[in-house]
Design a protein around this ligand. Structure first.
Ligand code: SAM
Ligand code: SF4
Length: 332
């Protein structure tokens, strides 16, 4: 990468990762994310694949190298593998990865791999089918477990993402989830629940507490210095196990000083921080008639939004959190 393709924000953080939500729809109804009855966008409000690819191309000219496709559930967007291919063919984009609830993954796995997908994150909050049904409103547990194995067998770098919920059965879910790393070459990552959207109505486990309990359970737990991606997780390993365990501690291990990401919503709004509603409407520019000025305007808007990325989130001070949208509209 040449030096002029590096984009720092006003605090000197190098911004090289863009999460792109491709839809706000989902086939699950996770209680803390998208319960029944939430309003959905009309299809014509969503960016087209061409508009997403154009945004990624301009992003790449500003230093974006890594893209994560998210949603809603990205795999309910028809033809997603073709978007993966378009992004992989974009100059400057080095890695394209996907976060999915896993329910539709097996069906699309071959075409995603052929399109060049680099890695997949599969969300699974519990190893108990009944608790899974209570969290997601569906019986898709077996399909997700099967997708995890299919992804690793396909040679795709696989992470399992679990939100650390504090209620009843969910509070103990981490133990069985971590055991997935015993025989499988994957990372299980626990994510602290953030007070975004419906997440405000639930309690999460502090990762300080979780790490303490992990050490009680596996006293020889070791720090794993190997970098497992381009995100903020801190990794551990149980000796003798094939995989590793990551903690993403947005609340109790605030990592804003090293944040390297921005988010593009499915409606084309560029969000520099999860916590605030601020950002830039790129769709308005993307849908203006094609011209050199349009491209320059898009680049300038993206540069300005990235540069002005807030210093830190304020999740510890709830009234200051200005983002009111559901997590499913911008993809976590
Ligand atoms: N449907 C896909 C999935 O479940 O992976 C992609 C979108 S989903 C919004 C992305 C991730 O955000 C999931 O792992 C989900 O568990 C997580 N998530 C949703 N709401 C959250 C919250 N309030 N705090 C922390 N993580 C959350
Ligand atoms: Fe859907 Fe993912 Fe939200 Fe669950 S976490 S409702 S799977 S978008």
């Amino acid at each position: 990468m040449t030096e002029n393709m590096r984009m720092d924000d006003r605090f000197g953080r190098k911004i090289e990762y863009m999460r792109i939500s491709v839809t706000d729809r989902c086939n699950l109804r996770c209680r803390y994310c998208m319960p029944e009855g939430v309003p959905l966008s009309a299809m014509e409000e969503l960016l087209t694949f061409e508009e997403i690819a154009e945004t990624a191309r301009i992003g790449a000219s500003l230093g974006i190298r890594f893209i994560k496709l998210t949603g809603g559930e990205p795999l309910i967007r028809r033809g997603l593998p073709s978007l993966v291919r378009m992004l992989k063919e974009t100059e400057g984009i080095e890695k394209v990865t996907l976060t999915t609830n896993g329910t539709l993954l097996e069906k699309h796995l071959d075409s995603l791999v052929r399109a060049g997908l680099d890695a997949v994150n599969i969300s699974l909050d519990t190893m108990d089918p009944e608790t899974y049904r209570q969290i997601t409103g569906t019986d898709a547990y077996e399909a997700v477990l099967s997708a995890i194995d299919a992804a690793t067998h396909a040679g795709l770098y696989t992470k399992v993402n679990a939100v650390s919920l504090a209620a009843g059965e969910e509070k103990e879910a981490w133990r069985d989830l971590a055991e997935l790393t015993k025989d499988r070459p994957l990372c299980v990552r626990f994510i602290e629940l953030m007070p975004i959207g419906c997440g405000r109505d639930f309690a999460g486990i502090s990762h300080r507490e979780l790490l303490g309990r992990m050490y009680e359970t596996w006293p020889d737990l070791q720090a794993d210095p190997f970098p497992h991606g381009f995100g903020p997780a801190v990794y551990y390993r149980i000796p003798g196990y094939r995989g590793s365990i990551g903690l993403i501690s947005a609340i109790h291990g605030k990592f804003c000083d090293s944040c390297n990401r921005v988010r593009l919503t499915s409606k084309g709004f560029l969000k520099p921080c999860l916590c605030y509603a601020d950002g830039a409407d790129l769709r308005e520019i993307l849908r203006a008639p094609l011209s050199e000025e349009r491209e320059e305007l898009l680049r300038a808007k993206m540069r300005e939004t990235i540069f002005d990325k807030p210093k830190a989130h304020c999740f510890e001070e709830l009234p200051a959190v200005t983002e009111r949208a559901l997590m499913s509209t911008f993809g976590g």
